[in-house]
Design a binder for this molecule. Sequence first.
Ligand code: DQA
Length: 150
Amino acid sequence: MSNSTADSATIYVLNGPNLNLLGLREPEIYGSQTLDDIAGMLEDRGRELGLEIDMRQSNHEGHLVDWLHEAQAEGVKAVLLNAGAYTHTSVAIHDAIKSIKVPVIEVHLSNPHKREGFRHHSYVGMAAQGTVCGFGANSYIVALEAAARL
Ligand code: DQA
């Protein structure tokens, strides 16, 4: 028997600095799909899972902090967060994740653990429920499927 309700739950998908340039930016690392392409993939899969996707991008750290607070205030089901380079630097984003009850899933297109040493530390991962990385645009889809099961 299904427990689903008529209203679909919302998932925030928050993207940090330089991800607006996906498709152009180092395609050998990040692939040729744009952020709009990924939004389309998420919306298609979200429809199948009964989840509404709210996709955002900012190059500014404070916007990501504000949107994490908003996720709590709006009662969203989960947040997928690709904080870009702020992953490796931002205590403010770490604290924001810990300040809310909404589960946050860390997402990366690349696998930071296979890359430069400065990418091996993640302030996001230390606070997130879990991490999906290394599958290109499909990292977002795997993370959405995990969010659907929370
Ligand atoms: C990234 C990995 C980060 O190390 C990098 O700074 C990014 C993209 C990824 O999705 O693979 O901007 O988050």
